[in-house]
Design a protein. Sequence first.
Length: 422
Amino acid sequence: MEVVVMRNVLIIGDSYVDADFFDANTRWFHIGKEPPTLELTACRRLCLAAKFDVEQYDKKLLEIFLFCNEIMFEFGRIDYVIANTEYSILCGAAVRDHYGISGRRLGDVVVFRNKFLMKSALAQQAEVATSRFVGGERLATKGMIAVSEVFTSSDYPLVLKAASQAGSRHVYVTQDAMELEQKMHELQVLGVEYLVEQFVDAPVIHIDGVCRQGELLFVCASRYLDDCYAWQHEKVAMSSVLIDEPSLQKAIVQFTQRTLSSLNARDLVFHLEAFLLSDQRLVFLEISSRPGGAAIVPCIKSIYGVDLLEENFRVEVEAPSVLSSSGFLGAHVSKSGGWIVLALPETSWCEVLSVQGAPPLGEHVTWRKIVAAGTRFNKEYFEDPAVGMFVVRHDSAEQVEVSIQQIKADFSIEVLRLEQSI
Protein backbone atom coordinates (compact mmCIF):
# COMPACT_ATOMS: atom_id res chain seq x y z
CA MET A 1 0.00 0.00 0.00
CA GLU A 2 1.44 3.35 -1.07
CA VAL A 3 2.04 5.85 1.72
CA VAL A 4 0.95 9.36 0.75
CA VAL A 5 3.30 12.03 2.08
CA MET A 6 1.63 15.40 2.58
CA ARG A 7 3.74 18.53 2.19
CA ASN A 8 3.08 21.51 4.44
CA VAL A 9 3.32 24.98 2.86
CA LEU A 10 3.15 28.22 4.85
CA ILE A 11 2.15 31.32 2.86
CA ILE A 12 2.67 34.73 4.44
CA GLY A 13 0.61 37.71 3.27
CA ASP A 14 -0.34 38.14 -0.38
CA SER A 15 2.74 36.33 -1.67
CA TYR A 16 2.58 35.00 -5.23
CA VAL A 17 2.15 31.22 -5.36
CA ASP A 18 2.40 29.01 -8.45
CA ALA A 19 -0.13 26.35 -7.47
CA ASP A 20 1.05 24.09 -10.30
CA PHE A 21 4.34 23.61 -8.47
CA PHE A 22 2.51 21.70 -5.72
CA ASP A 23 0.52 18.49 -6.11
CA ALA A 24 -2.77 17.48 -4.48
CA ASN A 25 -0.90 16.09 -1.49
CA THR A 26 -0.24 19.56 -0.15
CA ARG A 27 -1.64 21.33 2.86
CA TRP A 28 -1.37 25.08 2.97
CA PHE A 29 -1.39 27.41 5.93
CA HIS A 30 -1.83 31.16 5.69
CA ILE A 31 -0.80 34.19 7.74
CA GLY A 32 -2.49 37.48 6.89
CA LYS A 33 -5.88 38.96 6.14
CA GLU A 34 -7.00 37.46 2.84
CA PRO A 35 -5.98 33.87 2.00
CA PRO A 36 -4.75 33.04 -1.51
CA THR A 37 -7.05 31.31 -3.98
CA LEU A 38 -5.53 27.85 -4.28
CA GLU A 39 -6.94 24.45 -5.17
CA LEU A 40 -5.09 22.89 -2.26
CA THR A 41 -6.18 21.57 1.10
CA ALA A 42 -6.67 24.56 3.38
CA CYS A 43 -5.84 23.77 6.99
CA ARG A 44 -5.17 26.71 9.27
CA ARG A 45 -5.08 30.51 9.13
CA LEU A 46 -3.60 33.14 11.38
CA CYS A 47 -5.58 36.26 10.59
CA LEU A 48 -3.50 39.38 11.18
CA ALA A 49 -5.17 42.73 10.62
CA ALA A 50 -3.89 44.53 7.54
CA LYS A 51 -2.08 47.78 8.26
CA PHE A 52 -0.29 50.35 6.15
CA ASP A 53 3.06 49.21 7.54
CA VAL A 54 5.69 47.20 5.67
CA GLU A 55 6.96 45.82 8.99
CA GLN A 56 3.57 44.56 10.19
CA TYR A 57 4.56 40.87 10.05
CA ASP A 58 8.04 41.47 11.48
CA LYS A 59 6.41 42.99 14.59
CA LYS A 60 4.25 39.88 15.04
CA LEU A 61 7.02 37.27 14.96
CA LEU A 62 6.19 35.78 18.37
CA GLU A 63 2.58 35.27 17.33
CA ILE A 64 3.76 33.75 14.05
CA PHE A 65 6.19 31.38 15.78
CA LEU A 66 3.39 30.15 18.08
CA PHE A 67 1.24 29.52 15.00
CA CYS A 68 4.09 27.57 13.38
CA ASN A 69 4.49 25.53 16.55
CA GLU A 70 0.81 24.53 16.33
CA ILE A 71 1.24 23.52 12.68
CA MET A 72 4.26 21.39 13.39
CA PHE A 73 2.72 19.74 16.47
CA GLU A 74 -0.37 18.65 14.53
CA PHE A 75 0.88 18.19 10.95
CA GLY A 76 4.66 17.79 11.08
CA ARG A 77 7.47 19.97 9.75
CA ILE A 78 6.85 22.89 7.42
CA ASP A 79 8.34 22.11 4.01
CA TYR A 80 8.09 25.51 2.32
CA VAL A 81 7.66 29.09 3.44
CA ILE A 82 6.35 31.34 0.64
CA ALA A 83 7.06 34.95 1.63
CA ASN A 84 7.99 37.00 -1.41
CA THR A 85 6.52 40.48 -0.92
CA GLU A 86 8.16 43.49 0.71
CA TYR A 87 5.88 42.93 3.71
CA SER A 88 6.77 39.28 4.21
CA ILE A 89 10.36 38.68 3.03
CA LEU A 90 12.09 39.37 6.36
CA CYS A 91 9.47 37.53 8.40
CA GLY A 92 9.61 34.51 6.09
CA ALA A 93 13.39 34.36 6.40
CA ALA A 94 13.12 34.54 10.19
CA VAL A 95 10.70 31.58 10.18
CA ARG A 96 13.08 29.54 7.99
CA ASP A 97 15.99 30.40 10.29
CA HIS A 98 14.08 29.50 13.44
CA TYR A 99 12.82 26.12 12.21
CA GLY A 100 15.65 25.11 9.88
CA ILE A 101 13.50 25.27 6.74
CA SER A 102 15.27 25.43 3.38
CA GLY A 103 15.15 28.67 1.41
CA ARG A 104 16.31 32.24 1.91
CA ARG A 105 17.57 33.02 5.40
CA LEU A 106 17.91 36.34 7.25
CA GLY A 107 21.51 36.66 6.12
CA ASP A 108 20.32 36.51 2.51
CA VAL A 109 17.64 39.19 2.72
CA VAL A 110 18.23 41.65 5.57
CA VAL A 111 20.61 43.86 3.59
CA PHE A 112 17.90 44.22 0.92
CA ARG A 113 15.30 45.37 3.48
CA ASN A 114 17.26 47.90 5.52
CA LYS A 115 18.45 50.98 3.65
CA PHE A 116 21.13 51.81 6.19
CA LEU A 117 22.63 48.31 5.96
CA MET A 118 22.59 48.26 2.15
CA LYS A 119 24.22 51.68 1.84
CA SER A 120 26.79 50.78 4.50
CA ALA A 121 27.73 47.60 2.61
CA LEU A 122 28.13 49.53 -0.65
CA ALA A 123 30.14 52.30 1.00
CA GLN A 124 32.49 49.70 2.50
CA GLN A 125 33.07 48.02 -0.88
CA ALA A 126 33.44 51.39 -2.69
CA GLU A 127 32.51 49.87 -6.06
CA VAL A 128 29.23 51.78 -6.46
CA ALA A 129 28.59 55.48 -5.94
CA THR A 130 26.08 56.31 -3.19
CA SER A 131 25.06 59.59 -1.59
CA ARG A 132 26.46 60.55 1.82
CA PHE A 133 24.40 59.28 4.74
CA VAL A 134 24.29 58.68 8.48
CA GLY A 135 22.16 56.19 10.37
CA GLY A 136 22.16 53.12 12.57
CA GLU A 137 23.28 53.30 16.21
CA ARG A 138 25.32 56.44 15.59
CA LEU A 139 22.24 58.45 14.54
CA ALA A 140 19.95 56.79 17.10
CA THR A 141 22.20 57.72 20.03
CA LYS A 142 23.69 61.05 18.92
CA GLY A 143 20.79 62.52 16.92
CA MET A 144 21.49 65.90 15.37
CA ILE A 145 25.11 65.76 16.57
CA ALA A 146 25.63 62.77 14.27
CA VAL A 147 24.02 64.70 11.42
CA SER A 148 26.35 67.68 12.00
CA GLU A 149 29.36 65.33 11.88
CA VAL A 150 28.47 64.31 8.30
CA PHE A 151 26.68 67.36 6.90
CA THR A 152 26.97 71.15 7.15
CA SER A 153 24.19 73.74 6.93
CA SER A 154 25.06 74.30 3.26
CA ASP A 155 24.24 70.64 2.50
CA TYR A 156 20.50 71.13 3.01
CA PRO A 157 18.02 70.00 1.85
CA LEU A 158 18.62 66.61 3.46
CA VAL A 159 16.46 63.51 3.12
CA LEU A 160 15.11 61.74 6.19
CA LYS A 161 13.74 58.28 5.48
CA ALA A 162 12.59 55.16 7.28
CA ALA A 163 15.22 52.44 7.07
CA SER A 164 12.88 49.53 6.40
CA GLN A 165 9.70 50.89 4.86
CA ALA A 166 8.77 51.03 1.14
CA GLY A 167 6.81 53.12 -1.32
CA SER A 168 8.40 56.37 -0.06
CA ARG A 169 6.51 56.09 3.25
CA HIS A 170 8.10 58.18 6.00
CA VAL A 171 10.39 59.96 3.52
CA TYR A 172 10.85 63.71 4.01
CA VAL A 173 12.94 66.31 2.20
CA THR A 174 13.90 68.72 4.97
CA GLN A 175 15.04 72.26 4.28
CA ASP A 176 16.91 73.02 7.52
CA ALA A 177 18.07 71.56 10.82
CA MET A 178 14.91 72.61 12.67
CA GLU A 179 12.64 70.76 10.24
CA LEU A 180 14.91 67.72 10.21
CA GLU A 181 14.98 67.50 14.01
CA GLN A 182 11.18 67.80 14.16
CA LYS A 183 10.68 65.00 11.62
CA MET A 184 13.24 62.81 13.38
CA HIS A 185 11.29 63.23 16.61
CA GLU A 186 8.05 62.24 14.84
CA LEU A 187 9.63 59.02 13.59
CA GLN A 188 11.08 58.30 17.04
CA VAL A 189 7.58 58.56 18.54
CA LEU A 190 6.33 56.09 15.91
CA GLY A 191 9.19 53.71 16.69
CA VAL A 192 10.51 53.91 13.13
CA GLU A 193 14.23 53.37 12.49
CA TYR A 194 15.57 56.00 10.09
CA LEU A 195 18.61 57.43 8.31
CA VAL A 196 19.55 60.83 6.91
CA GLU A 197 21.09 61.16 3.48
CA GLN A 198 22.23 63.72 0.96
CA PHE A 199 19.57 65.07 -1.41
CA VAL A 200 20.40 64.27 -5.04
CA ASP A 201 18.72 66.54 -7.58
CA ALA A 202 18.53 64.10 -10.49
CA PRO A 203 16.02 61.85 -12.26
CA VAL A 204 15.46 58.38 -10.80
CA ILE A 205 15.54 55.15 -12.80
CA HIS A 206 14.46 51.68 -11.75
CA ILE A 207 16.40 48.56 -12.70
CA ASP A 208 14.66 45.19 -12.55
CA GLY A 209 16.17 41.78 -12.99
CA VAL A 210 16.98 38.24 -11.94
CA CYS A 211 20.14 36.93 -10.31
CA ARG A 212 20.75 33.21 -9.75
CA GLN A 213 23.81 31.70 -8.11
CA GLY A 214 25.43 35.12 -8.20
CA GLU A 215 25.04 35.54 -11.97
CA LEU A 216 22.90 38.29 -13.52
CA LEU A 217 20.52 36.47 -15.89
CA PHE A 218 18.08 39.23 -16.84
CA VAL A 219 18.06 43.00 -16.45
CA CYS A 220 16.20 45.97 -17.90
CA ALA A 221 15.68 49.53 -16.74
CA SER A 222 13.19 52.38 -17.02
CA ARG A 223 13.21 56.10 -16.40
CA TYR A 224 10.54 57.36 -14.00
CA LEU A 225 8.35 60.12 -15.37
CA ASP A 226 6.74 60.48 -11.94
CA ASP A 227 8.26 58.40 -9.15
CA CYS A 228 7.05 56.80 -5.93
CA TYR A 229 7.80 59.92 -3.87
CA ALA A 230 5.44 61.98 -6.03
CA TRP A 231 2.79 59.25 -5.74
CA GLN A 232 3.06 59.08 -1.96
CA HIS A 233 3.32 62.79 -1.18
CA GLU A 234 1.48 64.46 -4.05
CA LYS A 235 -1.01 61.72 -5.02
CA VAL A 236 -0.09 62.02 -8.70
CA ALA A 237 0.16 59.19 -11.22
CA MET A 238 3.33 57.11 -11.13
CA SER A 239 4.85 56.07 -14.46
CA SER A 240 8.03 55.06 -16.24
CA VAL A 241 9.40 54.39 -19.73
CA LEU A 242 11.93 51.71 -20.73
CA ILE A 243 15.39 53.06 -21.50
CA ASP A 244 16.35 52.37 -25.12
CA GLU A 245 19.74 54.15 -25.47
CA PRO A 246 22.41 51.43 -26.01
CA SER A 247 25.23 53.29 -24.23
CA LEU A 248 23.10 53.88 -21.14
CA GLN A 249 21.89 50.27 -21.20
CA LYS A 250 25.51 49.11 -21.09
CA ALA A 251 26.28 51.42 -18.16
CA ILE A 252 23.22 50.14 -16.32
CA VAL A 253 24.29 46.49 -16.73
CA GLN A 254 27.75 47.26 -15.32
CA PHE A 255 26.32 49.29 -12.44
CA THR A 256 23.88 46.49 -11.59
CA GLN A 257 26.59 43.82 -11.65
CA ARG A 258 28.80 45.87 -9.31
CA THR A 259 25.87 46.51 -6.95
CA LEU A 260 24.86 42.85 -6.72
CA SER A 261 28.48 41.76 -6.25
CA SER A 262 29.04 44.32 -3.48
CA LEU A 263 25.96 43.02 -1.65
CA ASN A 264 26.98 39.36 -2.11
CA ALA A 265 23.71 38.67 -3.93
CA ARG A 266 23.12 35.02 -4.82
CA ASP A 267 19.52 34.19 -5.69
CA LEU A 268 16.94 36.92 -6.02
CA VAL A 269 14.62 38.91 -8.22
CA PHE A 270 15.48 42.53 -7.55
CA HIS A 271 14.13 46.05 -7.91
CA LEU A 272 17.00 48.56 -7.85
CA GLU A 273 16.68 52.34 -8.00
CA ALA A 274 19.39 54.83 -8.87
CA PHE A 275 19.86 58.50 -9.67
CA LEU A 276 20.82 59.23 -13.28
CA LEU A 277 23.18 62.20 -13.36
CA SER A 278 23.49 64.53 -16.34
CA ASP A 279 26.75 62.86 -17.43
CA GLN A 280 25.01 59.44 -17.31
CA ARG A 281 26.79 58.36 -14.13
CA LEU A 282 24.60 56.36 -11.76
CA VAL A 283 24.28 56.87 -8.00
CA PHE A 284 22.73 54.13 -5.88
CA LEU A 285 19.41 54.91 -4.20
CA GLU A 286 18.06 51.58 -2.86
CA ILE A 287 17.40 47.93 -3.73
CA SER A 288 14.89 45.27 -2.70
CA SER A 289 14.91 41.50 -3.19
CA ARG A 290 11.51 41.17 -4.87
CA PRO A 291 9.85 42.33 -8.11
CA GLY A 292 9.01 46.01 -8.45
CA GLY A 293 5.48 47.15 -7.70
CA ALA A 294 3.03 49.35 -9.62
CA ALA A 295 2.78 47.93 -13.18
CA ILE A 296 6.44 46.94 -13.55
CA VAL A 297 5.73 43.19 -13.64
CA PRO A 298 3.09 43.27 -16.43
CA CYS A 299 5.19 45.76 -18.41
CA ILE A 300 8.26 43.50 -18.40
CA LYS A 301 6.09 40.50 -19.22
CA SER A 302 4.54 42.38 -22.16
CA ILE A 303 7.85 43.60 -23.60
CA TYR A 304 10.26 40.76 -22.76
CA GLY A 305 8.00 37.80 -22.04
CA VAL A 306 9.58 37.46 -18.58
CA ASP A 307 7.33 36.77 -15.58
CA LEU A 308 9.15 38.23 -12.58
CA LEU A 309 6.52 36.91 -10.15
CA GLU A 310 7.14 33.37 -11.35
CA GLU A 311 10.91 33.88 -11.20
CA ASN A 312 10.59 35.22 -7.66
CA PHE A 313 8.50 32.21 -6.63
CA ARG A 314 11.10 29.86 -8.09
CA VAL A 315 13.75 31.54 -5.95
CA GLU A 316 11.57 30.86 -2.89
CA VAL A 317 11.21 27.14 -3.62
CA GLU A 318 14.80 26.78 -4.90
CA ALA A 319 13.66 25.77 -8.39
CA PRO A 320 15.69 26.71 -11.51
CA SER A 321 14.91 29.80 -13.57
CA VAL A 322 12.74 29.50 -16.70
CA LEU A 323 13.86 32.79 -18.27
CA SER A 324 13.22 33.34 -21.95
CA SER A 325 15.05 36.68 -22.28
CA SER A 326 18.17 38.32 -20.91
CA GLY A 327 16.96 41.91 -21.40
CA PHE A 328 19.79 44.44 -21.70
CA LEU A 329 22.34 41.61 -21.52
CA GLY A 330 21.85 40.83 -25.18
CA ALA A 331 18.29 40.06 -26.32
CA HIS A 332 17.10 42.32 -29.10
CA VAL A 333 13.69 43.88 -28.45
CA SER A 334 12.32 45.91 -31.35
CA LYS A 335 9.75 47.84 -29.31
CA SER A 336 9.81 50.02 -26.25
CA GLY A 337 7.27 50.11 -23.46
CA GLY A 338 6.20 51.74 -20.26
CA TRP A 339 3.48 51.89 -17.66
CA ILE A 340 1.32 54.29 -15.70
CA VAL A 341 -0.52 53.77 -12.41
CA LEU A 342 -3.13 56.30 -11.31
CA ALA A 343 -3.80 57.10 -7.67
CA LEU A 344 -7.05 57.47 -5.76
CA PRO A 345 -7.05 61.14 -4.69
CA GLU A 346 -9.61 60.58 -1.92
CA THR A 347 -8.10 59.56 1.43
CA SER A 348 -11.34 59.07 3.42
CA TRP A 349 -13.79 56.14 3.27
CA CYS A 350 -15.31 56.25 -0.19
CA GLU A 351 -17.00 54.30 -2.97
CA VAL A 352 -16.07 54.42 -6.65
CA LEU A 353 -19.01 55.64 -8.74
CA SER A 354 -17.44 55.71 -12.20
CA VAL A 355 -14.20 55.81 -14.18
CA GLN A 356 -13.77 57.95 -17.30
CA GLY A 357 -11.09 58.22 -19.97
CA ALA A 358 -9.61 54.72 -19.64
CA PRO A 359 -8.12 53.62 -22.98
CA PRO A 360 -9.19 50.21 -24.34
CA LEU A 361 -6.83 47.32 -24.93
CA GLY A 362 -5.33 47.42 -28.41
CA GLU A 363 -2.13 47.61 -30.39
CA HIS A 364 -0.48 50.06 -28.00
CA VAL A 365 -2.27 49.44 -24.67
CA THR A 366 -1.30 45.82 -24.05
CA TRP A 367 -2.47 45.41 -20.44
CA ARG A 368 -4.75 47.28 -18.12
CA LYS A 369 -6.44 46.97 -14.75
CA ILE A 370 -9.22 49.36 -13.76
CA VAL A 371 -11.10 49.60 -10.50
CA ALA A 372 -14.74 48.51 -10.70
CA ALA A 373 -17.63 50.82 -9.86
CA GLY A 374 -18.91 50.02 -6.39
CA THR A 375 -15.46 49.27 -4.96
CA ARG A 376 -14.94 50.80 -1.53
CA PHE A 377 -11.66 52.02 -0.10
CA ASN A 378 -10.17 53.42 3.10
CA LYS A 379 -12.74 52.16 5.63
CA GLU A 380 -10.19 51.27 8.33
CA TYR A 381 -7.07 53.07 7.09
CA PHE A 382 -5.83 54.81 3.94
CA GLU A 383 -5.11 51.97 1.55
CA ASP A 384 -3.09 53.95 -1.02
CA PRO A 385 -4.85 52.14 -3.88
CA ALA A 386 -4.24 52.26 -7.62
CA VAL A 387 -7.48 52.86 -9.51
CA GLY A 388 -6.10 52.53 -13.03
CA MET A 389 -3.03 50.66 -14.33
CA PHE A 390 -1.88 50.53 -17.95
CA VAL A 391 1.02 49.07 -19.94
CA VAL A 392 1.91 50.85 -23.19
CA ARG A 393 3.99 49.52 -26.09
CA HIS A 394 5.42 51.51 -29.03
CA ASP A 395 8.43 51.53 -31.35
CA SER A 396 10.27 54.14 -29.29
CA ALA A 397 10.46 55.45 -25.72
CA GLU A 398 9.42 58.88 -27.00
CA GLN A 399 6.13 57.48 -28.35
CA VAL A 400 5.55 55.59 -25.11
CA GLU A 401 5.92 58.77 -23.08
CA VAL A 402 3.41 60.61 -25.31
CA SER A 403 0.84 57.84 -24.78
CA ILE A 404 1.40 57.79 -21.03
CA GLN A 405 0.94 61.54 -20.73
CA GLN A 406 -2.28 61.26 -22.76
CA ILE A 407 -3.65 58.57 -20.42
CA LYS A 408 -2.73 60.75 -17.45
CA ALA A 409 -4.60 63.70 -18.95
CA ASP A 410 -7.73 61.74 -19.94
CA PHE A 411 -8.24 59.45 -16.94
CA SER A 412 -10.58 60.52 -14.13
CA ILE A 413 -12.56 58.88 -11.36
CA GLU A 414 -15.73 59.89 -9.51
CA VAL A 415 -16.13 58.79 -5.89
CA LEU A 416 -18.72 59.21 -3.14
CA ARG A 417 -17.45 60.03 0.34
CA LEU A 418 -19.42 57.59 2.44
CA GLU A 419 -19.36 59.45 5.73
CA GLN A 420 -21.27 62.25 4.01
CA SER A 421 -24.05 59.92 2.85
CA ILE A 422 -24.92 58.45 6.27
